[in-house]
Design a protein around this ligand. Structure first.
Ligand code: GLO
Ligand code: MG
Length: 346
């Protein structure tokens, strides 16, 4: 039998967040990058995920030479701590030139900005020793249908992806779809859309995806099915596990917090597809609840990992034979209860 997978974990600096929401300010002090890095290490996580401006703060005001220099310094720091960089993601939703989206902006100048910034993020990824560029296409959509052409937007997205693929023959692009927020509708709302657009690019083999549990749930989909779908194509290169209580704002709750059974099924899907065997990390895109006190700053991270590992045990001890007998008998009634009993530990 194949050896069971030992998972490796990562989070990003933005997951140590301060509690600000559209209705109120921070509830915890912000922490320095050094603090976050040592917290991540203390927790026993293996890697950090980076936005381009997490890697090089105030990136917009710095020359390409300065950006390279600071990326190299960061690489040395990470190597010294034994922490890997899992991916780099261009932050294409903050700058004034991305107010109408990045790659699908109606302004040619703004589209150029988005592509140039993405190429620079690829250069940073190279310095940090990762071949993974994550694209959360935050504002690639519309607030109103008539503002952009959906067809033209697909073409613009393909042009942008092609420009990134041409910039570096080794880089892999991992699209992180989300159906809404901040936009009314996004152009690539699901994994199916991400993998379909890959086929229109100049090198489909280097365009894959990142699944975030909450984003799948916001699209009305089961994240476990999204995992199976992406992995049937060999295209799940990164993962943002978290949880989401239905069709609300993006909640980024701890993994398993809203629906333990949905979390269990995601872990089962990862296990049956061998996630991690090709070096993929399990990321948690989770945030502390706004009420979380500073002294409990890290609990959402350790709790998410604990739940994940408990569910790995549950997936490995699942009564497969009994389940198969019930499936053969089309006794889904008792199959349902078998799963609940297994999760409840009876
Ligand atoms: C927001 C996204 C966001 C991305 C991150 C990395 O909904 O989940 O947190 O994962 O910017 O690209
Ligand atoms: Mg995410």
């Amino acid at each position: 039998m194949a050896k069971p997978q030992r998972y490796r974990f990562c989070v990003g600096p933005w997951n140590f967040s301060e509690g600000r929401d559209p209705y109120g300010p921070e509830t915890r002090p912000s922490q320095s990058f050094d603090w976050k890095l040592s917290a991540l290490k203390e927790l026993g996580f293996d890697a950090m995920m980076f936005h381009d401006d997490d890697a090089v703060p105030d990136i917009e005001s710095k020359s390409p030479a300065q950006v390279q220099k600071e990326a190299k310094e960061l690489k040395r720091r990470l190597a010294g701590e034994g922490i890997a960089a899992e991916m780099v993601a261009p932050r294409l939703w903050f700058h004034p030139d991305t107010v109408d989206g990045g790659y699908t902006s109606n302004s040619p100048k703004q589209r150029r900005y988005a592509i140039d910034r993405s190429k620079q993020a690829i250069d940073i990824a190279n310095v940090l020793g990762t071949d993974l560029l994550v694209l959360w296409l935050a504002r690639e959509g519309t607030y109103l249908r008539e503002a952009k052409s959906g067809r033209r937007s697909v073409e613009l997205l393909v042009q942008a992806l092609d420009a990134m693929l041409a910039h570096d023959p080794k880089i892999r692009l991992s699209i992180e779809p989300k159906p809404n927020e901040p936009m009314d509708h996004a152009y690539l709302p699901t994994i199916g859309h991400a993998l379909a657009i890959a086929q229109l690019t100049s090198d489909a083999a280097r365009v894959g995806c990142l699944i975030e549990s909450a984003h799948a749930i916001l699209a009305g989909l089961d994240p476990a099915d999204e995992i199976d779908f992406a992995m049937a194509f060999g295209k799940l290169w990164s993962l943002h596990l978290n949880d989401q209580n239905g069709l609300k704002f993006d909640q980024d709750k701890p993994f398993g917090s809203a629906n333990l059974r949905v979390a269990f099924n995601q872990v089962r899907a990862l296990e049956r597809n061998g996630y991690g065997k090709r070096g993929e990390y399990v990321g948690f895109d989770v945030h502390p609840f706004r009420t979380t006190k500073p002294e409990h700053y890290l609990r959402h991270l350790s709790n998410s990992r604990d739940t994940f590992l408990r569910l790995v045990e549950k997936a490995r001890s699942y009564p497969e034979k009994q389940a198969q007998a019930l499936i053969a008998d089309r006794n889904y009634q008792d199959l349902d209860q078998l799963v609940l009993n297994h999760l409840m530990g009876t």
